[in-house]
Design a protein around this ligand. Structure first.
Ligand code: UDX
Length: 444
């Protein structure tokens, strides 16, 4: 059955969710305060890089099932279900998450709700936010208790956002057990397609639903920092972290995913979510419970420093004047997102230390140049490596993994490479005469 849906906030999460809901057969209106973004989306244009999303968006803008507006009144009049997908960035003043956009969305929408409505929050928020918002909605909405708020966290990964939206591996729904209202019934209609495929759904209270999201991200971050900490020990002993990860990963209880040692995690979610989680635990008086996340963050940031120091050693002890090619700027492949990107951070630190840094990234250079306008950017990997004293692979794009060491070798001044993502076939590079350095790996 087709539902009338609004998605408030059309950034990464909201735009993907809006297009995904249209693909599932619903009638969707996307709302944002940014007029330029709305204009582009209305033309079927996606303002960021995400494989498969432009096609989906265009398809449904053309079919008329998906439209965009800056007028929240239009959304309130049109839709019965409202998703909140605005950002919750890290506060400038500390580790906590900034709720200003979430609060503004609720304050704008709730007073316009003149008929029974369900609001489903998707943004990642500090635990306790949903209960506060549910009360605010009841207080502000002309329909009072007939405006009901639940929490429905989103787990999409950049680069796989369409797939994750259309075929989620689980659904989580938080509902106030004292006033459950119609939220579960409405959510089950919205997600009928996934539920028909027997996608597991966990229906729980609001606080648990909020915590599921941050706990999932904190766990993933911990897994990555765990293997990176072990990589430090491997470096000190000549052991190989990739073999080690394979070996422990065969244990089903551990699993091989997210045991990729390298430059560590970045992006708009993992780093900010672990910090916001710690900040919230502090407010709740249980900060000790999460002090280990401080270490997770520290191990992660140390990876970047380690690569800078390794680079310094590789070029003979001083970075000043060294020509270094950095392949990658996005925080991961198939994304143009450079938020908290390990790759860009390394490029920036090398640049500040006096190296001549040339960066190439298939999609992330426009965003990277906004953060580091003084870096040198090349239009191709070949352009970046030309005459380099050292090459650093910092984001594992397929284009980089497929590079031919012989061909690249003819362009550089010195055949030296740091594989910051442990993703290259080391033997091939070594056979082609390269000094190959992985992270926590046997070095050639
Ligand atoms: C993450 C979560 O996976 C997703 O469920 C949540 O909704 C949002 O945050 P995303 O930020 O898109 O998604 O990226 P993800 O694929 O999780 O990677 C995060 C970072 O970890 C990247 O910088 C990646 O390079 C790094 N990573 C990942 C590793 O360093 N090693 C690994 O083994 C896996």
């Amino acid at each position: 059955m087709s539902e009338r849906i609004s998605v408030i906030g059309t950034g990464y999460l909201g735009a993907t969710h809006a297009a995904g809901m249209a693909e599932l057969g619903h009638e969707v209106i996307g709302v944002d305060v940014d007029a330029e973004k709305i204009e582009r989306l209305s033309r079927g244009e996606v303002p960021f890089y995400e494989p498969g999303l432009p096609e989906l968006l265009r398809k449904h803008v053309e079919s008329g099932r998906l439209r965009f507006t800056t007028d929240i009144r239009e959304a309130a009049e049109f839709a019965d279900v409202h998703f909140i997908g605005v950002g919750t960035p890290q506060l400038k003043s500390g580790y906590g998450a900034d709720m200003v956009y979430v609060d503004a969305a609720i304050d704008a929408l709730a007073p316009l709700l003149t008929r029974p409505s369900v609001i489903l929050g998707k943004s990642t928020v500090p635990v306790g936010t949903a209960a506060r918002l549910a009360a605010r909605v009841r207080e502000l909405a002309p329909v009072g208790d007939d405006a009901q708020l639940g929490w429905n966290p989103e787990f999409l990964r950049e680069g796989f956002a369409v797939e994750d939206t259309l075929r989620p591996d689980r659904l989580v729904l938080g509902v106030d057990p004292v006033q459950p209202g119609r939220i579960e019934e409405v959510a089950r209609r919205v997600y009928a397609d996934a539920l028909a495929r027997e996608t597991p759904i966990v229906v729980t209270d609001l606080a648990t639903a909020e915590l599921v999201k941050v706990s999932a991200n904190a766990f993933l971050a911990t897994k990555i920092s765990f293997i990176n900490a072990v990589a430090e020990v491997c470096d000190a002993t000549g052991a190989d972290v990739k073999d080690l990860a394979d070996a422990i990963g065969y244990d089903d209880r551990i699993g091989r995913k997210f045991l990729g040692a390298g430059l560590g995690f970045g992006g708009g979610c993992l780093p900010k979510d672990i910090r916001a989680f710690m900040a919230r635990a502090g407010e709740l008086g249980v900060d000790q419970a999460l002090t280990f996340l401080r270490e997770v963050d520290a191990v992660n940031l140390r990876r970047r420093q380690h690569v800078v120091e390794l680079a310094e050693r590789e070029v003979g002890g001083s970075l000043v004047g060294a020509r270094i090619a950095v392949l990658g700027a996005a925080f991961k492949p198939d994304s143009d997102d450079v938020r908290d990107s390990p790759a860009l951070d390394v490029a920036g630190q090398l640049h500040l230390a006096g190296a001549h840094v040339r960066v190439h990234d298939p999609e992330g250079m426009v965003n990277a140049a906004r953060v580091w306008p003084t870096l040198d950017f090349a239009e191709s990997p070949q352009g970046a490596v030309q005459d380099a004293d050292l090459v650093i692979l910092a984001t594992e794009w397929r284009q980089f993994r497929d590079l031919d060491p012989e061909e690249v070798g003819r362009l550089v001044a010195h055949r030296r490479i740091i594989d910051g993502r442990n993703c290259l076939p080391a033997e091939r590079w070594i056979a082609a005469g390269w000094t190959y350095r992985g992270l926590g790996r046997h070095s050639g």
